[in-house]
Design a protein around this ligand. Structure first.
Ligand SMILES: Cc1cc2nc3c(=O)[nH]c(=O)nc-3n(C[C@H](O)[C@H](O)[C@H](O)COP(=O)(O)OP(=O)(O)OC[C@H]3O[C@@H](n4cnc5c(N)ncnc54)[C@H](O)[C@@H]3O)c2cc1C
Length: 398
């Protein structure tokens, strides 16, 4: 039996469940506008998570705009100045064009990136409680979400009210479930990913290797390490074949030169495994609630684009929350869908692994176009209006 503590209700403008790239970024943007924000996360401050961390141009652009790119560089993230696509033995290298504040791409470890975002949000006034789980939503008589029920690790429950409750609580979002967020798209494919961290490899930029039935890659990251991964259809993945053996065999098959570089080297720590989850795109806004990041929209990691989209949607959602109307939230969903559906569709098509090296190329070209559109729209929105003016409804602190 859980203990119920009765406390005076604390009012916030926003309660956010999840303190990683989606939740902490949204909290930072809201807190910088003076909104009272509470962020809870059932995990620990500064912890790692099962994710590689290649950032695309849209994400690096956002970090620069938010004033956080220097912190990423200072944390030792290696600059990525090219991306090489290996189609079997054919290699195509694309230089990363410097543009404005984006001198290069970066791929900081999640423990580094998420901590930078949390620290920036806390510095702006957001309140963080780690080790606290959002367990349910509170509603008024009309069904509008008015707050959240929170449980700490000791089992104590607290009820906290807010104008909006935001689920940034990842792919198995409790907020999405409790809000009854409808699903409007479901992926058909899922890939399993095995990855690990190897010190001392040369920084040759992002390297993406494709073979029918398998992909692999190298992502230079923080601390002089390179994240090396192998991914394959989740349906054909058998854990009993051994994670280490599958990683080495997969790499030898999909990326022989990279595999040769790793011969005799051990990863720093164990190899990590993601078993695969099919993509989803859920409704991401309703009366008194919203979703951001994987909670609302998860696509297969094969295109390494989840963090970039989480930053995009943090920006779009923060604008909608600051605008302060249900219509603004509906517009957030509309824009998120318009920008995400092409990325979602092409990611699912790549994750389906039903391609040959020749039929893969147009899919990657479609992905590239969708990424360019995303960057262009985001640049347009942020350049035209840095952030909307605060409404006169007293959302913010004095
Ligand atoms: C194997 C793999 C590789 C990937 N590689 C890349 C890549 O290279 N590049 C890229 O851009 N993306 C990549 N992604 C996708 C990326 O990891 C996600 O898109 C990103 O983590 C989404 O961030 P988020 O903040 O929405 O959710 P998450 O990072 O999942 O964070 C959710 C947080 O919510 C907390 N939480 C959950 N439930 C509750 C609750 N009820 N109450 C309180 N807190 C709660 C969790 O503790 C967690 O800290 C990869 C994903 C995987 C699985």
């Amino acid at each position: 039996m859980k203990r119920m503590t009765t406390r005076p209700r604390t009012d916030y403008d926003a309660i956010i469940a999840g303190a990683r790239c989606a939740g902490a970024a949204t909290a930072m943007l809201l807190a910088r506008r003076g909104l009272r924000v509470l962020v809870v996360d059932r995990g620990d401050y500064g912890s790692d998570t099962i994710s590689t961390h290649a950032l695309m141009r849209g994400a690096v652009m956002q970090l620069a705009r938010w004033g956080l790119l220097d912190a990423v560089r200072a944390a030792g993230a290696a600059p990525i100045r090219s991306a090489t696509f290996h189609y079997g033995a054919e290699a195509v290298t694309v230089p990363i064009r410097p543009d404005g504040d984006v001198d290069a791409l970066y791929a900081p470890r999640r423990a580094v990136l998420d901590r930078i975002l949390v620290d920036a949000a806390a510095a702006a006034g957001a309140e963080f409680r780690f080790g606290v789980t959002l367990s349910d939503l509170l509603r008024d008589r009309d069904g509008r979400v008015t707050g959240a029920r929170l449980a700490d690790r000791g089992g104590a429950l607290h009820e906290v009210s807010a104008r909006i409750v935001i689920g940034a609580d990842g792919v198995r979002s409790t907020v999405a479930e409790k809000a009854g967020a409808g699903g409007n798209a479901l992926g058909r494919a899922a890939t399993a990913v095995i990855f690990g961290y190897f010190p001392g490899l040369p920084n040759a930029g992002y390297n993406w290797h494709y073979m029918p039935g398998m992909t692999a890659g190298a992502i230079p990251t923080t601390g002089g390490e390179t994240c090396v991964f192998v991914s394959l259809p989740a349906a054909g993945f058998r854990r009993e074949d051994g994670v280490d053996a599958l990683f080495r065999a997969g790499l030898a098959c999909a990326a022989p030169a990279l595999s040769a570089q790793l011969a005799g080297r051990e990863p720093n720590g164990r190899l990590r495994l993601f078993g695969g989850v099919r993509g989803h795109m859920r409704d991401c806004a309703g009366a008194g609630w919203a979703l951001v990041g994987d909670a609302g929209y998860f696509k297969d990691p094969v295109t390494a684009h989840g963090i970039t989209d989480a930053f995009r949607d943090a920006e779009l959602l923060a604008r909608a929350v600051i605008a302060g109307s249900d219509q603004a939230l509906a517009d957030y969903q509309h824009l998120r869908d318009a920008l995400s559906l092409p990325l979602f569709g092409v990611t699912d098509a790549i994750a389906a692994f039903d391609w040959t090296l020749e039929t893969l190329k147009p899919r990657l070209a479609t992905l590239n176009e969708a990424m360019k559109t995303e960057v262009a729209v985001l640049s347009m929105i942020t350049a035209r209006a840095p952030l909307p003016p605060l409404p006169q409804t007293g959302l913010a602190r004095a």
